[in-house]
Write a protein that binds this ligand. Structure first.
Ligand code: FES
Length: 99
């Protein structure tokens, strides 16, 4: 079990290992924009990881390419649909303003 917290939304919930952040958000009532339906093709699900990055799957080339294509720095942002919770612990995030 891991805890997801959005500092700027004052939202916190528990999720299972193996879920993507996007799926976990949607299952837990977090209003998370995802225009491409979680297919790494739009960047609208982007998040900022404040802490707990080591508990998430690592960033792959296609995620970097999509962030780059929409003008977001892959070193600063992750795509929630591509972040799989892989470890137990506390993950603290920020949700950027919708595009
Ligand atoms: S939902 Fe489109 S990139 Fe994640």
């Amino acid at each position: 079990m891991s805890v997801i917290r959005y500092d700027n939304l004052d939202v916190e919930y528990e999720t299972e290992i193996g879920d993507s952040i996007l799926d976990a958000d949607l299952e837990n009532g977090v209003d998370h924009t995802c225009d491409c339906g979680g297919n790494c093709a739009c960047s609208t699900c982007k998040i900022i990881v404040i802490s707990g990055a080591e508990l998430l799957s690592s960033q792959q080339e296609d995620e970097k390419d999509t962030l780059d294509a929409y003008g977001w720095n892959p070193d600063e942002y992750r795509l929630a649909c591509q972040c799989i919770v892989e470890g137990e612990g506390r993950i603290v995030l920020n949700m950027p303003e919708p595009e």
